[in-house]
Design a protein around this ligand. Structure first.
Ligand code: UD1
Length: 421
């Protein structure tokens, strides 16, 4: 809830087991793509996070009937024949992934109006690649009164589209529109993230014809209609990475269940170079640390490179590691905002353009700090775990957007973490 805070006592060594649910960045896109097929779609392995509820509200306003059962980690989406075509600003501003309804709506209805999400705490985040792709598929797109209005009353036509940058959101929107276009679409320099592959596989199960998922060139042959299906969301690789960095930073030992380590090869290799002992288990991995970590250098890049969403956890680990580390952020322009909060905890970090250089110190020093986005929030909680004394992290609602039962899971790992009003 808005106004909630985490109260964290430092000095923890996180030990025990955690279970990871479905990926936020997958499930939101699956929900949006369900709009492509009238009838009942069932999604499983759905995480209990605030963003899923916002997307559910958006789909309800578009005319769908949703049944959310977080205990069974399942959502049923009943999509009507006749949908509304407008996604309002009050929801889009809360959930940037709302933009993912643009492709499905214009493909199915020939018209979509989606509010522009505006900037957020990690950068300006344009939509030009999404729009360029839809225009190349034959949509007429204009920007009016804070809304993107896309129209293709005679349907979309396949096209050859090259992205300037392998944007995750643009790849997803273009792919979700091209599946119902007439003819063949070739999308080059496409994003290769596991979330994109998950969405593609969901679309294939609905009857779409897609080749090349997980490669830079995705080829789509349009079909005239899609049918609803049942699909399990992939595990959240960013949550897995968060627990892995938390284990190493707190010199702990965490067994992470229900995860797919092949989605995290680069981050796990980096943790090994920091000194982590990582073994695979039946349904996941065990991450153990027996000594203070060694600082690492990383550069964020599109998948399979080091994910930008794990960058705050590297800076946090480097802050208490042995030696100096450099983090280079290549994906989002303002992703170092949270470093100012880390400085309040005594970290020695210098930001210069898109580099953050850290000089490791043995312990951080507790203080009140403010979370500005999901990952920064979780990073600050981990930083507070390696500070001396009691820290308060304001902005728990950001963390709720991506981490189901975060405080409860940390407590189960032996941390003294409370949620306070
Ligand atoms: C998604 C993830 C986010 C992750 C990011 C990169 C979701 C809900 N969010 O965000 O957690 O950090 O991928 O892995 O899935 N860009 C443009 N024009 C565009 C589109 C993107 O300039 O039309 C720029 C962005 O500003 C950014 C970069 O491209 O600098 C990458 O953005 P993108 O891959 O699209 O990220 P998202 O899909 O927004």
């Amino acid at each position: 809830m808005l106004g909630d805070k985490f109260q964290v006592l430092g000095g923890a060594h996180l030990r025990g087991d955690v279970s990871v649910s479905g990926a936020k960045n997958s499930v939101l896109k699956l929900m949006a793509a369900a709009l492509l097929a009238p009838g009942k779609t069932e999604l499983t392995n759905v995480p209990h996070i605030a963003d899923v509820e916002i997307m559910a509200e958006l789909l309800t306003r578009l005319g769908c009937t949703l049944t959310l059962d977080f205990e069974r980690e399942t959502i049923l989406i009943d999509v009507p024949e006749k949908l509304e075509h407008r996604a309002d600003y009050d929801l889009v501003r809360k959930l940037r992934a709302s933009i993912n309804v643009l492709g499905p709506l214009v493909a199915r209805l020939g018209k979509a109006e989606v509010a522009l999400p505006g900037g957020d705490a990690i950068g300006s985040r344009g939509l030009d690649y999404h729009i360029k792709g839809l225009v190349e598929l034959g949509a007429k797109v204009r920007n009016e009164h804070g809304y993107i209005i896309a129209e293709a009353h005679d349907g979309l036509n396949g096209a050859e589209i090259v992205l300037d940058f392998p944007s995750v959101g643009a790849t997803e929107n273009i792919m979700s529109a091209a599946v119902l276009a007439t003819g063949r679409t070739i999308l080059d320099n496409a994003a290769r993230e596991p979330d994109v592959v998950d969405l593609g596989q969901f679309l294939i199960a609905m009857g779409a014809d897609i080749q090349g998922l997980g490669t830079p060139t995705i080829t789509i042959h349009g079909v005239s209609s899609l049918k609803p299906t049942k699909h399990a969301t992939i595990p959240d690789r960013i949550v897995v990475g968060t627990w892995a960095f938390a284990a190493v930073t707190t010199v702990g030992d965490i067994t992470i269940h229900r995860c797919n380590p092949s989605h995290l090869e680069v981050p796990l290799e980096k943790l090994v170079s920091a000194g982590a002992l990582i073994t695979t288990t039946e349904d996941g991995i065990r991450v153990r640390m027996e000594r203070r970590p060694k600082a690492i250098d990383i550069s964020t890049l599109p998948y399979p490179g080091f994910p930008t969403d794990l960058q705050p956890f590297v800076i946090t680990m480097n802050a208490i590691a042995e030696g100096d580390g450099i983090v280079t952020e290549n994906v989002f322009e303002s992703r170092f905002v949270f470093v100012n909060e880390l400085l309040r905890l005594g970290a020695q970090v210098r930001v210069d353009g898109h580099h953050a250089a850290t000089r490791g110190i043995a312990n951080l020093s507790s203080a009140p700090v403010i979370a500005t986005d999901i990952r920064a929030g979780a990073g600050l909680v981990i930083a507070a775990l390696v500070a001396d004394g009691l820290s308060i992290i304001e902005g728990a609602e950001h963390v709720d957007r991506g981490y189901p039962y975060f405080a409860e899971q940390l407590s189960a790992l032996g941390a003294d973490v409370k949620r306070i009003k």
